[in-house]
Design a protein around this ligand. Structure first.
Ligand SMILES: [Zn+2]
Length: 456
């Protein structure tokens, strides 16, 4: 009897594939069930979003960092620690207003819904008043540069709704926000107002990072809600001499220390092979950064917890990293990548969730064709949580900094509503759907399990 048992065990260890596959298949079902019923990631997101805005370097971002560390410890992740990273320290402060002063039309001053762009300097206390030059793009500005001096440049290029993929529309419009102040400053403009880069036709300003050039004068920059952008554009047609006054008291303070939050499950067979999963914990402050990217961070923690919940012991180390400072720098990503390089740790794959919390669609992967082929062979299992495809493509700004990984993987959910919320007061916990978010946690947990089990 004993020898028969030994034979069975030996056979098992020599021919594990089929047995393991069915076990992994079963674990995948358990992961999905647990994700949809327990909804741990969604509950964590509710707690996180109650802590306030998370702009890099802010006191409330530090609260979120400390909270996340405590949660990782409480929930049983191993080797939890904070990793230092220097970050910019931009502060919005409390004054942001703009109004139209009509010249030709008999109308009282009309206020505009604006918000300072991240990194913008403030205006003098009395504000900036100027005539307005409306342009659609930098080429038009260049053509009309003689008119730009002393003006407020109003970039009014709309989000192009003809694209099925809203990330393409975002990419086509976001240059005016990021580089608008630099281009306007070249021609002596005194401030810029940028039409919000959003798919939602409400009047909420959508902010985001903007840049200056050291060689040019720094001028204030703000976003304007799309309804007010349309209103302003209409008024300029009948009253081209109207003026706008803008007041902002945002400011750039010296760089400050922030932290990545790190926790992991150690691998049982190949602990030196690391699979990273993460998102960025910093967020713009008008909303609570639920979709961008508190949710991606909470899905990352959740994915590790799901593996624990179903009793899966990873062969390789699975590490969750909540990066700081993705939005207005890459301080967190650089600190992590530098430390990984210096310590000589072997990172085999990274997964980033930073495209919102819609229903799962696919994984966008930077890897060689063999790796992509291997990952595609896992689709039948990933289909269970609605992952339809694995394609070559970009991954994410944070894991993208890590050197020499075999696969850089971006989680891609449905994104039709993402730019309704992105970087605005609309990005709050109540616009997150628990089932959609949790299916994302499940998809990433299953992928982590597959990479951990079979390598990449
Ligand atoms: Zn993001």
């Amino acid at each position: 009897m004993k020898s028969v048992l030994i034979t069975i065990l030996t056979t098992f260890s020599f021919f594990p594939a089929q047995t393991l596959d069915s076990l992994i298949n079963k674990k995948a079902d358990m992961i999905i069930k647990s994700a949809l019923t327990e909804q741990i990631g969604y509950q964590l997101l509710e707690e996180l979003t109650e802590l306030g805005g998370r702009v890099s370097g802010s006191a409330s971002s530090l609260s979120a960092i400390n909270w996340a560390k405590l949660k990782m410890e409480e929930l049983g992740l191993a080797n939890v620690y904070l990793q230092e990273a220097m970050v910019p320290h931009w502060v919005r402060n409390d004054i942001e207003s703009a109004e139209i002063r009509f010249k030709k039309i008999r109308m009282a001053n009309r206020s505009l819904n604006i918000a300072a762009l991240g990194g913008s300097i403030g205006t003098p206390a009395e504000g900036i008043v100027g005539n307005v030059l409306e342009v659609k793009n930098f080429k038009e500005l260049e053509t009309r540069k003689a008119e730009a001096k002393g003006k407020i440049i109003f970039y009014n290029r709309a989000f192009d709704n003809t694209n099925v993929n809203p990330f393409i529309s975002y990419g086509m419009a976001v240059d005016q926000r990021v580089f608008g102040a630099i281009e306007a400053s070249k021609y002596g403009a005194k401030a810029v107002i940028v039409r919000s880069v959003t798919s939602k036709p409400d009047n909420t300003p959508h902010v985001g990072v903007m840049r200056y050039a050291d060689s040019l004068a720094k001028i204030p920059a703000c976003a304007i809600g799309v309804q007010d952008a349309d209103f302003l554009s209409g008024m300029l047609k009948t009253d081209p001499d109207l003026q706008i006054s803008i007041k902002l008291n945002c400011e750039n303070l010296p760089e400050i220390m922030s932290y990545n939050v790190i926790g992991e499950i150690e691998g049982s067979e190949y602990p030196d092979e690391i699979i990273v999963i993460g998102g960025h914990l910093d967020a713009w402050d008008k909303g609570s950064g639920a979709h961008d990217d508190g949710g991606g961070c909470m899905q990352s923690i959740d994915a590790l917890l799901l593996l624990k919940a179903v009793g899966y012991t990873p062969k390789r180390t699975i590490r969750c990293v909540l990066f700081t400072n993705e939005e207005n720098g890459s301080g967190g990503a650089e600190a992590y990548a530098d430390s990984a390089l210096k310590s000589g740790e072997k990172h085999i794959a990274g997964i980033e969730s930073d495209r919102g919390l819609g229903t799962p669609r696919g994984f966008s992967v930077t890897a060689d064709s063999l790796t992509l082929k291997k990952m595609n062979s896992w689709l039948p299992l990933l289909n269970k949580s609605l992952i339809d495809w694995i394609r070559p493509g970009g991954s994410g700004a944070d894991i993208g900094k890590i050197k020499n990984m075999q696969a850089y993987i971006g989680y891609v959910p449905d994104s039709q509503r993402y730019f309704d919320y992105h970087h605005s007061a609309n990005d709050t916990f109540d616009v997150v759907h628990p089932r959609e978010m949790q299916l994302g946690s499940a998809s990433m947990a299953i992928l982590l399990m597959l990479i951990s089990e079979y390598g990449i």
